[in-house]
Design a protein around this ligand. Structure first.
Ligand SMILES: N=c1c2ncn([C@@H]3O[C@H](COP(=O)(O)OP(=O)(O)OP(=O)(O)O)[C@@H](O)[C@H]3O)c2ncn1[C@@H]1O[C@H](COP(=O)(O)O)[C@@H](O)[C@H]1O
Length: 107
């Protein structure tokens, strides 16, 4: 169990994005531009899929960590915040709840 959250990682990515001393992978990836960061995100997604299909549970954990990190880098480049994505997920939960109730009423 850990207290570490995606919000913590979002803050770290934001801090490291502005590093200029060459010490940050995050800063160097962002400097390469949106297409490179998005390509990395796609690669990590595929590697997660391969690990899952292979039944490699440890691989799914490792590749998922890479996937989430690269997703947060793409969000940073795109100006998207975790809170906005969570709000969209919450909206869908509420929406599906309403649709479910509407479905019950008509049946
Ligand atoms: N979670 C991660 C994380 N996951 C993966 N990676 C890096 O992602 C890179 C992926 O390696 P690859 O061989 O797939 O790709 P590559 O070396 O970029 O080669 P190319 O594909 O570009 O040719 C590795 O260098 C990993 O270190 C990460 N780098 C950073 N973080 C987090 O970001 C924080 C800040 O890191 P820095 O920006 O380096 O200070 C760290 O403390 C971590 O919390």
């Amino acid at each position: 169990m850990t207290d570490f959250t995606l919000g913590d990682l979002e803050r770290i990515v934001a801090e490291r994005a502005s590093a200029t001393d060459g010490s940050s992978y995050t800063a160097s990836l962002i400097a390469k531009g949106t297409a490179k960061a998005a390509q990395k995100l796609g690669e990590e997604a595929v590697e997660t899929v391969i690990a899952a299909v292979s039944g490699d549970k440890d691989g799914v954990v490792a590749e998922s960590a890479d996937l989430l990190y690269h997703l947060l880098v793409v969000w940073k480049i795109s100006g998207v915040e975790l809170s906005t994505v969570l709000a969209e997920l919450e909206r869908r939960t509420t929406q599906s709840g309403l649709e479910e109730k509407a479905g019950r009423k008509t049946s």
